[in-house]
Write a protein that binds this ligand. Sequence first.
Ligand code: ADP
Ligand code: 5GP
Length: 210
Amino acid sequence: MSPVDEFLPPGWTVQEGRGIALVIAGPSGAGKSSVIAEVLRRDPNLAFSVSATTRPRRPEEVDGRDYSFVSEEAFDRMIEEGALIEWTTYGGYRYGTPWAEVAGRLAAGQDLLINVEVQGALALRRSALPHPMVLVFMIPPSRDELRRRIRARGTESDEALARRLAIAEEEIRAIPEFDYLVVNDALEEAVARVEAILAAERARIMRCSP
Ligand code: ADP
Ligand code: 5GP
């Protein structure tokens, strides 16, 4: 019960037990991880859904914070045990969203940021999670800048870079299926746009309905 419930129709309540899942997708190199890290740093009430992946860890990544880095066998086991809401193969490695990262926390009213590729975002929306999914598509200001950012990150071979750019061309076709578009030109501004989306979603009247 919230003190402002007296203003609402009978049966309605300001929901504190219904977290928002803000799903951020978009081409590799758009800046999803950078923006998410900054939004998390600025809002202690937000949490991050740590995906499982078979990709090797990058030097600056921390196991359990950025990803759970697992073997192919461990990933197979997670699938068999039904531990993943959705999973995919991307650039030769597998990535998946564990139920354990998402369901309990949303049910407890925790707002979550989720970083997935485009099909994963759409799969989350179709999943059995009884929570609203807000789908954000992040794009870089241009294709040239996208290429520059992946190169600057220095984590991909030329072959992997080409593969990621080809996947990006596929991914941008799904933009119409998303709720919000965020251009990541200047990082600060992209962070502010994501924060504005969260603020708007938290204020939705729909979230008070029975
Ligand atoms: P993604 O998670 O979408 O693959 P990253 O967050 O890893 O993208 O960003 C890719 C590269 O671009 C990194 O080197 C990052 O530091 C850089 N980057 C991210 N956002 C910006 C920005 N707004 N301006 C310039 N460089 C950026
Ligand atoms: P990267 O190797 O650059 O960290 O991630 C490659 C792609 O995998 C990115 O588009 C990222 O959003 C996506 N990804 C990360 N975790 C998951 C996940 O759990 N599920 C899906 N479907 N994609 C993911």
